[in-house]
Every structure is written in C-alpha cells, then in structure tokens.
Design a protein. Sequence first.
Length: 142
Amino acid sequence: MRRSQEEEDDITFIEGEYIDVFQQFLIHHRLEDLEAILLANDETLHYPLKIKFLELLEANPPLVKSLYTQPIKFLPLFDDASRLAQGVVLETHKHNEDMAIKENVHVHLDMNGIAMDLLETQPSIRCMRLKDIGKLITIKGM
C-alpha cells in the first residue's frame, strides 16, 4: 500500500526529530570523540563512534526503546546525526581550520553492562523466537 504525501511528511518529521535528539546526545556526551574525528587527517577512513547503551538509556529511555525495537531503521539515523554533530562542533571550535567533516562515521553500541537486563536484549540461544527478529539483541558465547 502506497503512503500519502502527508504520511511521508510525518515520517520524515519524526525521523528528523530523532536525528536532532541523537545529535544533541552526541554533542553532550561524545564531544571529545567528535573533535578527535574532526581533527583526524584521513577523510577516507571509517571512524567508529562508540556509545554505551546504558548511557543512552539514561539520557533518553523512549529513544532507546525505538532503537531497540527497530535498529535497522534507527542506527542509520544515528550515523546521520554524527555527521550533523560534526558540523556543529566544526562551526564553533577554535581550531576549526584544522578540522574536516568525515562522512564515514558509524555509531557502535556497547551493549555491556546493566542495560542487558533492562530490555531483554540477551536471550539464550534456546529462547530465540520469531519475535526477536529485527530487534537489537546480543548472545553471550558467540
């Protein structure tokens, strides 16, 4: 079924809101990492931006629920937010003449810690079910 233009606009607006929230999170919680990426010399490399899942959960529980239930949709938005956050840092940084925005920045979620118990992200291999398809999970021992 095809979406109407109004539905498409609503989805885009919602995605834009998520990107804004992700961007603000990155600026407030990963400023030093963003600065290091901006100062790196090679623009062709891929740069990981490591985020602790628990830290994100503490900052914005509803956002984490969306990320948990639809990681394929929301992880790319986090990557988009990382590029926008670089732009904000670049504009305001005193050493911005030595900086360049890197397109290949990818958010990596660190799932270690207490967050595992909070969202049931760690089922045993025997307990994997169809309901787990498409969700953000980790399995110990793999």
